[in-house]
Ligand binder design. Structure first.
Ligand SMILES: O=P(O)(O)OC[C@H]1O[C@H](OP(=O)(O)OP(=O)(O)O)[C@H](O)[C@@H]1O
Ligand SMILES: Nc1nc2[nH]cnc2c(=O)[nH]1
Length: 233
């Protein structure tokens, strides 16, 4: 039976190409075993076909305009930026590179959406926060949803002796909030849908999406088909 093209290319690679690769100190990797046997086994966010709410260019423009307003407000006064981890990590990196005043950066961790798409008990860990006493503080977070996280952290910062505390968020959901307080600087108002990407997660994934996507039921089903049942923490 004639040799198939695939078998011939295998033989060609294994007998002729790979030995040269080894001589050049390349790591010996069986070929084509590295080619994924089933692409559906991979869950790279770009393969997930999520609905895009804000693309990369829109996000970049929104963050630039946000930075401009913050620069206009503080001028050259020194500022202590406190980022709410983990969701604000991408915003933190993109925003502070556009701020012109002298900046100190601290982080605090707050978590209430462990696992699902609904808010639960709010846990705060400020153990690693830098000293903010008598400082002008700008608290930054990715999203203002119920508002409970921001309300709690603004109060915590004041209790820690900050001279002034303001807040900036990338996203504010268009919904009834649970609190009276509102962020001082907002880049985008968005519909009341569960969003992921640009730092925001579902079950600790999708933070690396460069755009903001809406996690619809079909996406949740696909997520759980790929990664197992919902995490209950
Ligand atoms: O306005 P709220 O309803 O309080 O929601 C906003 C908070 O929810 C998310 O944090 P999450 O608890 O998911 O933790 P994470 O930042 O580690 O993802 C987000 O990063 C905000 O901090
Ligand atoms: N990932 C994510 N986290 C949130 N925390 C509060 N609202 C949201 C949301 O819409 N998406």
């Amino acid at each position: 039976m004639p040799e198939s093209i695939l078998a011939a290319s295998h033989r060609f690679f294994n007998q002729l190409v790979q030995p040269w690769g080894n001589m050049l100190r390349c790591r010996r990797v069986p070929w084509p075993a590295r080619i994924p046997p089933d692409i559906t086994a991979f869950s790279h966010p770009r393969l997930l076909n999520m609905k895009t709410l804000l693309d990369e260019q829109q996000l970049e423009r929104g963050v630039s305009e946000l930075a401009q307003r913050i620069n206009d407000h503080y001028g050259s006064r020194p500022l202590t930026v406190v980022a709410v981890m983990t969701g604000s990590l991408i915003l933190l990196a993109d925003l502070i590179r556009r701020l012109n005043m002298p900046i100190r950066v601290g982080v605090v961790q707050a978590s209430s959406y462990r696992g699902g798409t609904r808010s639960g008990e709010l846990l705060v860990n400020a153990a690693m926060l830098i000293n903010i006493r008598d400082r002008e503080v700008l608290l930054i977070d990715d999203i203002f949803d119920t508002g409970r996280t921001l309300e709690r952290l603004l109060e915590d910062m004041r209790q820690m002796g900050a001279q002034d505390v303001k807040s900036a968020v990338l996203l504010q959901k268009n919904r009834q909030h649970d609190v009276q307080v509102r962020p001082d600087f907002v880049a985008f108002e968005i519909p009341d849908e569960f969003v992921v990407g640009y730092g925001l997660d579902y079950e600790d994934m999708y933070r690396n999406l460069p755009y903001l996507g809406v996690l619809e039921q079909a996406d949740l089903d696909r997520h759980h088909a790929l990664h197992g049942p919902a995490i209950d923490r």
